[in-house]
Design a protein around this ligand. Sequence first.
Ligand code: S3P
Length: 425
Amino acid sequence: MKTLKVTPLNSSFNTNISDIASDKSISHRSAMFSLFSDQPSHIKNFLMAEDTLNTLNIVKSFGVEVEQAGKADFTLTPPRKIKEPDDILDCGNSGTGMRLFCGLLSAFEGSFILTGDKYLRNRPMARVTQPLKAIGAKIDGRDFGNKAPLHIRGSVLKAFKYESPIDSAQVKSALILAALKADGVSYYKEEKLSRDHTERMLSGMGATIKTNDDGYIEIHPLTSTLKPLDITIPADPSSGFFFAVAASIIPNAKITIKNVTLNPTRIEAYKILQKMGANVEFVEHTNIYEPIGDIVVSHNTLKGVDVSENIAWLIDELPALSIAMSQASGISSVKNAKELRVKESDRITSVISNLQKCGITCHEFEDGYSITGGELNQATINSHGDHRIAMSFAIAGLKCGMEINDTECIMTSFPNFEELLNSLR
Ligand code: S3P
């Protein structure tokens, strides 16, 4: 088991970071969506982390030719017909990988077995397998198809009209991918828009996907192959957010996160940090499938905040935000966030139990928590195998020192995290 020891930072920093990990959501989708074209897709700055490399390997097992040009630049040439893989498909720790592949493979000819690590095998998959089975997908697995390993036999899918009980980009994307191969026009609705990379990228490739006035996303089945992707993947705002929190809790600190996606569904946590008092600036440069630019964050005194809306837009950043909350004056709260319980770990329990070890007064609710700002003390943290818990408490360690156990998980999304953390010294 790997342990990360962080010592307190004795000075401040004013740094530009241009090598924050590439966006995980967009990297997964780039590899998968290359299958919808008959031309090579060019993908630059792919996330070279465990989760997305697992997705790339799976795509390779379908017969996609993967040519690596630079350190993280790939040309993906799809086969004329998807090959039935001769082994099980390992999604590792990635819920995004597994859930999106469920939708994608439900309509591809062949037999596919999806599995993952011990954490992923315990996460709920019924949220995608149930609606997929209702339109004719042949999926089975432990707990009646709720837990991996999952077996999928591609079949003909019926067009659907589905209103999702949860705001989840993974569920939405799985259903959109299935709809591309369904026997008619499909409609999907969620209460609050979740991250929309799937819609943006597939539309950019030429698919007919639009949101109607009644809130339903209308998805037309493909009548031909799509244009290939030509994309430079921006930095991941969720990974950049650890450093935004660092800048907001260290006096006189300033950080510029370069070339990050400014997609509105991804930067809500920065806006909460702004509401808490930190100085936050968004500078858009370009728009390739998504708005892309820099985010500048500098320290200011933080005050407590109540967060109960737009949860889907900050679900990945709440653990790091909780570190900022612990350094804000007064009481902060998070509500309507029960989805946190089914992430890479139960993030409500992981955040609260670890903050309590650091001497912070905080309370757990079924759908969130409250945190009273106070002094952070050095502690030994259990990451629960969750990359975002490990990195959040590493950032807290810049204040008071920290020992974090079980940090191999950082490799799933942010392999150069430790290097960048050390560069602040
Ligand atoms: C993701 C969607 C989110 C997020 C995950 C990545 C995606 O999950 O937590 O890290 O790429 O679609 P949900 O959509 O299930 O909330």
